[in-house]
Design a protein around this ligand. Structure first.
Ligand code: HAM
Length: 421
């Protein structure tokens, strides 16, 4: 008989196991605790949506929609897509659930897997996790600043406070067409020298030539007109106020005129947080304002602002300075004989109800092998339970780190730890 074939996780998708998972949990806990203090509540949306949610939301001509979506037909013949990002889903949810009828602004955060059919490399996966936050219902630059400051506090709490914020404004429906014309005029004499991708971008979305990584394109755009020189009065005032507020809130930033982002929905503010310690995929967080998206998705006129951060990239950074702590049991109960093991199960049950981590030895194992196991698990205490202990009602304990030992009555086991830690 041939041996069964061993299956592997799909390319670009990975298992997350201890000890890394402790860092993931820390990142997720930090986000939910801190974001709550800013009034954000959690939103959970399905991982799959009708394809139109993303093709309309993110934009037909974007790399994500053109090349990277996991799209398939379900058994009912509908076109379904695994979400490549969270904003379009959040907007669909906002509109469908009429969240605009609640007091403005509405603030939500989300956390979960996203799917993009990209070429996998270090820091770039086909299934990756984002933590995102979105504010609906305010056009004020104060919201942009407040959310970016919240993000900075989040990164600081994780020990990543030195990361740099790059900020830009890409204008609005009123001023962006003029800027596009200026770019087209600038690149017109050199279109043949641009890389093939940028030659396409020239025709469909010339702003994206500004963040092309090809050296020749970088040289050619050296003297390209800057978007901030073409902003209308409203966008200019929004950007100035945002920069003032970022200073006031001590968010360190640099203005990057070339940061235009690869999703179509942005208006005015765009920003990214990058790290030099991540290699080619150096964006840790990205976001911006999207004042027209809710309306374009069938909702009422609702300005919005948000960001998303990649959990894998944050964890990669944390691992460079912090080894994930391996948690250990508080108590290991070594029981000798069936009767003692039964009693140990009852004691463990009571302690676990108090959220104390208790491990039990194997029922038939020798004391020596149970002690070895307690040691391997780095348990803080070992309780020893044999006939003597059962008869006297006193349990022997030993603290493994310093060898101290003693006895505790069965009735006091619950309060044993509180006085000793
Ligand atoms: P994004 O720039 O496409 O923006 O992704 C945000 C973050 O997700 C990136 O900075 C990166 O950390 C992580 N990320 C993206 N793709 C991958 C990948 N293939 N593997 C690992 N990590 C990845 C958005 O998704 C927008 N929805 C952000 C936003 C929210 N804008 C407004 N609100």
């Amino acid at each position: 008989m041939s041996s069964p074939e061993r299956q592997k996780a799909l390319k670009g998708m990975k298992d997350v196991l201890p000890p890394d998972i402790y860092l993931w949990q820390k990142v997720e806990r930090t986000a939910s605790e801190l974001f709550s203090a800013y009034g954000f509540r959690e939103m959970r949306t399905p991982v799959a949506e009708a394809t139109a949610v993303f093709s309309r939301g993110i934009g037909e001509g974007t790399d994500i929609v053109e090349k990277e979506m996991y799209t398939f037909e379900d058994k009912g013949g509908r076109s379904i897509t695994l979400r490549p990002e969270g904003t379009a889903s959040a907007v669909r949810c906002f509109v469908e659930n009429q969240l605009h009828t609640l007091p403005s602004p509405q603030k939500y955060y989300y956390l979960g897997p996203m799917f993009r059919y990209e070429r996998p490399q270090s820091g770039r996966y086909r299934q990756f996790y984002q933590i995102g936050a979105e504010v609906f219902g305010s056009a004020a630059p104060a919201v942009d600043a407040e959310v970016m400051s919240m993000l900075r506090h989040f990164l600081m709490r994780l020990g990543l406070g030195s990361l740099n914020f790059q900020v830009n404004s890409i204008g609005c429906e009123e001023c962006r067409p003029g800027y596009k014309q200026a770019l087209l005029a600038y690149f017109a004499p050199v279109t043949g020298d641009l890389c093939p991708d940028c030659q396409r971008r020239y025709l469909h979305n010339p702003l994206r030539i500004l963040d092309c990584k090809v050296r020749r394109c970088i040289e050619l755009r050296k003297d390209a007109p800057r978007v901030t020189e073409h902003l209308c009065t409203g966008c200019e005032a929004h950007f100035r106020k945002l920069l003032d507020l970022l200073k006031l809130l001590n968010v360190p930033y640099t203005v990057n005129h070339e940061m235009v982002r690869g999703l179509d929905y942005y208006t005015r503010t765009t920003f990214e947080v990058t790290s030099e310690d991540l290699g080619a995929q150096n964006a840790v967080t990205a976001g911006g304002r999207y004042d027209n998206l809710v309306r374009n998705c069938g909702g009422p006129d609702t300005p919005a602002f948000g960001f998303a951060t990649g959990i894998e990239r944050i964890v990669d950074l944390l691992k460079q300075t912090l080894l994930p702590p391996e948690p250990a049991p508080a108590i290991f109960i070594a029981a000798l004989g069936e009767q003692a093991h039964d009693a140990a199960m009852v004691i463990a049950d009571g302690l676990r109800e108090e959220h104390i981590w208790v491990e039990l030895g194997e029922p038939a194992a020798s004391l020596k092998s149970q002690m070895r196991k307690a040691d391997r698990l780095s348990s803080e205490y070992v309780f020893i339970l044999g006939d003597d202990e059962l008869n006297s009602g006193l349990i022997s304990w030993k603290r493994l780190s310093d060898g101290t030992a003693g006895k505790v009555s069965r009735a006091d086991v619950g309060s044993f730890l509180s006085g000793r830690r």
